[in-house]
Each structure stands twice: as C-alpha cells, then as structure tokens.
Design a binder for this molecule. Structure first.
Ligand SMILES: [Zn+2]
Length: 277
C-alpha cells in the first residue's frame, strides 16, 4: 500500500527519518548528560563531538553509527565492552522513519513550493515531539528549551499554512485554540495542585492547541489523549500493582493525540456525526 506511489521518494523519506532518529538519540543523551562529570572528558556538547558508548565511553566508529542497521548488526551490544545497548536506540530510529513515511504518505496539503516548506517544518516538529516524548517517558519532564523551539516551529507552520490557504480565519482560530487549551490545562494544573497534569503539559498546551486548529479539535485532542493514557496505565496499575495516584507521563499521549488530530480530525468528527445523527 505505502509503496504504491513514488517508491523511491518513500524510501528516501524513510532513510531521512532513521538518520534523524539517530540524531534524536544522540541529542537526548547529550542534553541529559551534558552536566554529568563522568563524561567530562568526552566533550558532550549538544551538536559537536563524537558519539560514545554510555557504558565504556569508547568513541563509536563509522560502522557503529549507521542508524538501525548498526544495532541489528552488533546484535544490540557495544563492540568494545559488549554491554547491551538500550532498545531505545533502534525503536526511536524506526519510529522516526515510520512517522516520516506516514506523514509523507498522508500529508493533507500537497507539495508545491510553500507546502514543501510547511511539510519540512512538520517533520522538524515530529523530531522535537519524539525527543519530548522520550524525555517524558524516561524522566517525567519536558525540557523548556525544546518546548520553546517546538512552539516557535509550530507558530511558523500555522502562519505559513494560513498564507498558503489564504485564510486569516485559520490563523485566528488556531491561536484561539492554543489559548483555550492553555487556559484549560493551566486551570487543571492549579485546581489539582499539579496532581492531574504536570507543569510541562501546561507549557506545551499552547502549541498542541494551535496544531489542533479549532476549539472542537482541542476537545477531541484531550479526549483521545485521555483514552490513550487510560489504555496505557490500566495494565501497568494491574500488573505492577501501582497505586491509582501514581504518576504516569501525559505528555507523550498528548503528542500522539495531536498528530492524530492534525491528520484525521475532520474524518473523526464526520464519523462521530454519522453515529449521533
Ligand atoms: Zn561500550
């Protein structure tokens, strides 16, 4: 199905995706460990310096840096210390590749000049979304710097989309949606004293709201995210015997829901109407 149109472009988009996935893994490691004294010698700046094995700090060679394939070829173990490399690495690479291909295949706006730029911004947003999701799953935090940059990219994307569609209404409605979602989340945060949602969720809500583009879509976004959160947490509470008030990261579910709403809000709402009316 996926390969029915433009197979070469699809493969290229997938390769671009796994390369970005590899960059995401390196970026997450560096952002989180940049102040860790253990790695001081390895010069862990965010964008420069060679990648290292987190366990033995051996500098990775070119053959160990090929996204996805290196992990498979090395059977998930470091070439030097033979300790296992986290499954996060191939999962993130594969996920990024698949999300890029999905976005390319189902992109609703076409690929004329300006629209290709908008598509590029969307791919960048996906990259920041994956970093934010992994961060939230691992450390229950959405780093400010990423929230800031992804919001900037999102605002730019919506502005260009409004220009492309010659629709000031799209821009105004998106901004109103962002503000509504922000106020709603801020209210939940204050009301529950940070128990129901985290401060990071509040900070990212404006971006997710503008991407939802209408207040009704915001409602849909929150509904789907809550549903996904429930589906995820029920087996965990059941098997790991967690308390009902244990904290579960909500950011990843909000983000997944935003991607679903961005592509399928109209279809989902039409489907809902056929059920009700
Ligand atoms: Zn090693």
């Amino acid at each position: 199905m996926i390969f029915s149109v433009r197979p070469i472009q699809t493969v290229l988009v997938f390769l671009l995706g796994i390369i970005f996935g590899s960059f995401i893994n390196a970026y997450i490691f560096r952002l989180h460990e940049k102040n860790n004294k253990k790695y001081k010698k390895s010069n862990l700046s965010i964008l420069s310096g060679r990648s290292i094995c987190p366990k033995c700090q051996h500098v990775l060679s070119v053959s160990e840096l090929i996204p996805l394939f290196s992990w498979i070829y090395l059977k998930g173990k470091c070439k030097n210390c033979h300790k296992s490399i986290s499954i996060q690495y191939p999962i993130v690479e594969l996920l990024t590749g698949l999300l890029f291909v999905f976005s390319y295949k189902y992109w609703p706006y076409g690929f004329s000049e300006l629209r290709t730029t908008i598509f590029g911004l969307w791919l960048l947003l996906l990259v920041t979304f994956i970093v934010l999701s992994v961060y939230d799953f691992k450390w229950m935090i959405l780093p400010n710097i990423l929230v800031k940059y992804s919001t900037l990219i999102g605002v730019l994307l919506i502005i260009l989309l409004a220009i492309d569609q010659r629709s000031p209404k799209l821009l105004i409605e998106s901004l109103i949606s962002g503000i509504i979602l922000f106020i709603f989340f801020y209210g939940l945060f204050v009301f529950s004293k940070g128990m129901w949602i985290g401060g990071g969720d509040v900070k990212i809500s404006f971006l997710l709201g503008i991407l939802a583009m209408t207040p009704v879509n915001c409602f849909l976004l929150v509904f789907i995210a809550s549903l996904l959160g429930c589906i995820y947490s029920v087996p965990i509470i059941f098997f790991k015997n967690l308390e009902l008030n244990s904290k579960i990261p909500f950011g990843p579910f909000l983000i997944i829901s935003t991607v679903i709403v961005f592509f399928y809000a109209t279809d989902l709402l039409n489907w809902y109407k056929t059920l009700v009316f």
